[in-house]
Write a protein that binds this ligand. Sequence first.
Ligand code: IMP
Ligand code: MG
Length: 186
Amino acid sequence: MSQAQRIRVLYEEEAIARRNEEMAKAIAAVSPPDLLVVAVLKGSFMFVADLIRAMHRAGMTPQVEFVHLSSYRAATISSGQVEILRDVQSDVRGREVLLVDDILESGRTLAFAKDLLAARGAKKVSSVVLLEKPGKRAVNIQAEYVGFDCPDYFVVGYGMDVAHSYRQLPYVGVIETADQAGLPGI
Ligand code: IMP
Ligand code: MG
């Protein structure tokens, strides 16, 4: 059986594309054109690539940076510690920054990144996430822009992985396992 045949699609490519355009317009309406976009690797690489092209269409001229954070997960459970594997190279002092992440779950990753950039003198740090899993927050943080409210499933695709696989899928889905086969849709 191929990899893709075992995935139940939650968010289709077209739905993600439409939502990206909407979010880029909303971001463009309240941000400086040269906003500094900081993508949190690895999971956000596909999302940020699409989002900055939507920002271009919305008239923006963003600068793009990357930070690679690891949240020490044992299997699919986050342990709570965040480590910087690759830091941003730009000086963020006085800049308006938009953090881009794939999923807001406990909030630890985004809170860590936000605190880090604020401590380095960023003028304003806001966040956009493709997915938010409600009811999972361990720290008090909100993203200003949320693509979709996601049920509490472990999702893959559109940059998101399980053990480094499935990132290439152009949609977001759930791996069908025997115990998940009967889960309700969204
Ligand atoms: P947080 O620090 O608990 O908010 O974790 C967010 C990070 O955990 C995301 O950036 C993802 O990298 C990862 N993550 C959380 N849930 C999922 C999932 O369902 N699939 C893949 N990665 C996930
Ligand atoms: Mg991540």
